[in-house]
Design a protein around this ligand. Structure first.
Ligand SMILES: NC(=O)c1ccc[n+]([C@@H]2O[C@H](COP(=O)([O-])OP(=O)(O)OC[C@H]3O[C@@H](n4cnc5c(N)ncnc54)[C@H](O)[C@@H]3O)[C@@H](O)[C@H]2O)c1
Length: 321
């Protein structure tokens, strides 16, 4: 049986490494096979890597490129529809979506401190560019909505049953938990990803059978990091792609491909279904991180009331009628 995956930001760095891991073929025996839809805004990057990816196995195509700007709803609709309808073994199901495409702030401190108002003069300041929020955060909401739609369609149209659990994994960042001082918009976007994962995961799994998790890498040597910065970065504070790949594989339950990352340690190495997890990827370690602990009972009480069975949850279902 072949499973279908979508990877956004697929043609460079972490996304490309994930595509290669999913398309990895073992020499012998029965193993889970993936076919992968590569979604990226940059067509030239795809052209550069296309010939290095496996194309066919037993006559079936292994990958497909769909030019996608993840900030564009219609592009994402096309991406999901194309993936769902892709003929062959794996048609009519989207088993895994990696929301990985990302950019960081073009201007340091996001231009918020730019002197574009004449130092408190009459000029109206320039409107801040919020592109990072659109790419790194808003697009995850779009993809989630679409995965819910196509998962419902699969359950209706095919023989896939309730024990089928599509996986959604977001590439957040260590900046989801810690401030990254020079790039506040990136920090806000990645904090937002973590908030979305933690707040939505229980309901998404309960009502739609979809698991939702995120990875939070430290510094990884990819196109995102300018070469002069990378040249100065101490290697002991780099996180290898292999570590991040192990995190993805644990979160989608592909334990055979997880074990291709030799020498990576994980503090939750069990084979249970993961949901609502936030996995910090640091050097050769995976740390499953919990939300900050409550300081007092009042905060614990208020937070608990936002669950479906809490006061706010009951109120929400009353409103829905
Ligand atoms: N490199 C790091 O140190 C690091 C650390 C933590 C998290 N991350 C996150 O990892 C993810 C992948 O980044 P990377 O480090 O591999 O960088 P990268 O620049 O090598 O790859 C990012 C890819 O996203 C694509 N992309 C950008 N905007 C897009 C859009 N609007 N629509 C579709 N595709 C788009 C780019 O074309 C590129 O192929 C990002 O979300 C990034 O924030 C990176």
């Amino acid at each position: 049986m072949t499973k279908t995956a979508i990877v956004t930001g697929a043609c460079s760095g972490i996304g490309l490494s994930l595509v290669r891991r999913l398309l990895h073929d073992f020499d012998s025996g029965e193993h889970q096979q993936w076919r992968v839809v590569l979604a990226d805004i940059n067509v030239d990057s795809y052209k550069a890597v296309k010939s290095t990816l496996p194309h066919l196995t037993r006559g079936e195509p292994r990958h497909l490129f769909v030019r996608t700007d993840v900030t564009n709803w219609n592009n994402l609709v096309d991406l999901f529809r194309t993936s769902f309808e892709w003929p062959g073994d794996g048609q009519g199901r989207i088993d895994f979506v990696a929301c990985n495409a990302g950019i960081d702030d073009h201007a340091l401190k996001n231009g918020l401190l730019d002197d574009d108002d004449g130092g408190g003069g009459e000029a109206v300041p320039t409107q801040p560019d919020l592109k990072v929020l659109q790419v790194d955060l808003h697009s995850i909401f779009y993809a989630t909505k679409l995965l819910v739609h196509f998962t419902r369609k699969s359950r209706k149209m095919t023989s896939l049953h309730d024990d089928w659990k599509p996986r959604l994994v977001v590439t957040a960042s260590m900046a989801a938990q810690y401030p990254f001082f020079l790039i506040p918009q990136y920090t806000a976007a990645k904090h937002g990803c973590l908030g979305l994962v933690r707040a939505l995961a229980p309901a998404l799994l309960k009502h739609e059978g979809i698991s939702l998790n995120c990875v939070m890498p430290g510094t990884v040597d990819t196109g995102l990091i300018p070469p002069p910065v990378m040249a100065q970065w101490p290697t002991q504070h780099l996180t290898p792609l292999d570590t991040v790949m192990r995190a993805f594989m644990e979160l989608i339950g592909d334990w055979e491909r997880a074990e291709l990352s030799r020498g990576v340690e994980s503090d939750v190495p069990d084979r249970e279904l993961k949901n609502g997890c936030a996995v910090e990827c640091s050097s050769n370690w995976l740390w499953y991180r919990d939300p900050v602990p409550f300081k007092d009972e009042s905060m614990r009480f208020v937070a608990d009331q936002s669950r479906e069975e809490g006061i706010l949850g009951q109120f929400a279902s009353t409103l829905r009628g």
